[in-house]
Ligand binder design. Sequence first.
Ligand code: GRG
Length: 307
Amino acid sequence: IITTEEENTMFNFEDYVAEKVNQVNDALDDAVPVNYPKTIYEAMKYSLMAGGKRIRPLLCIAACEAVGGHQSAAMPAACAVEMIHTMSLIQDDLPCMDNDDLRRGKPTNHKVCVCKHSLNPLAGDGLFVLAIEQMATATPGVAPNKVLAAVRELAKAGGVEGLVGGQAEDLRYTGSNQTVKLETLENIHLRKTAVLFEASVVMGAIFGGGSDEQVEKLRIFARKIGLLFQVVDDILDVTQSSEELGKTAGKDLAVDKTTYPKLLGLEKAMEFAEKLNGEATAQLTDFDRKKVAPLVALADYIARRHN
Ligand code: GRG
């Protein structure tokens, strides 16, 4: 009999991530050829292949495997979700939004792909539509109702109930003196982050052949770890800012953002993170322990990450 502890040590998370990230990167590279006109394909590829942790594709693949599917069934959806995510980052960085110079450690799309006609919104649009095409054409043998259900999940996550609505709400408060309530903060994080985590996991589970009950459990799991991702981000903002403060003599790096630690206090924010992690992994108890190990490890990584 193998104990849980032994089972956990048998699963090497670093190796798993390295292998899957390579496979996802290869699939993304293949999905975006460089055709005519080169400028737009190159602009799309620049941001898509600029690095990134690939958490959403990893979640999609791990959910597919958790219900007994093979990763090849989830790969088109894994690529599609990364395309939508990258597209949202390109838009988020634009001068009319956050006006950022760096993304994924490299100059942002609009800093690099500058030409007479601004290609940046088009690069995002290209990735967005390509994501839908991926879902619709690269899923041979999958029942049409499953493809439809998955496309619906992705569209919902990208739209006003997800990224678009979350960003709009976030922008409403940016630069204003209005106090952001806890409820509002949670709503923004759910829409901007958790809903795309949810779509990633749900699509993986659908393409892996999961039952309705499994899909719904995984949906709750993903929503919780999506929110957890943001709570941890906020905690890191505080803890890493105070480390920086020591080095940079008084420069507060997170001064104007409403965060969980600001609203709850650091200790309560940490407790909330632990609670979310516990509630998320509780959804996985009825799954095959070995098959679900990557999802458990991903949740743990999200809870304990340092960057
Ligand atoms: C999708 C139609 C459509 C529009 C997009 C601009 C916009 C609307 C939404 C912005 C959403 C946004 C920037 C959310 C932040 C999400 C987030 C947690 C980003 C960081 O994710 P990581 O850490 O990044 O996974 P990497 O680079 O590792 O992939």
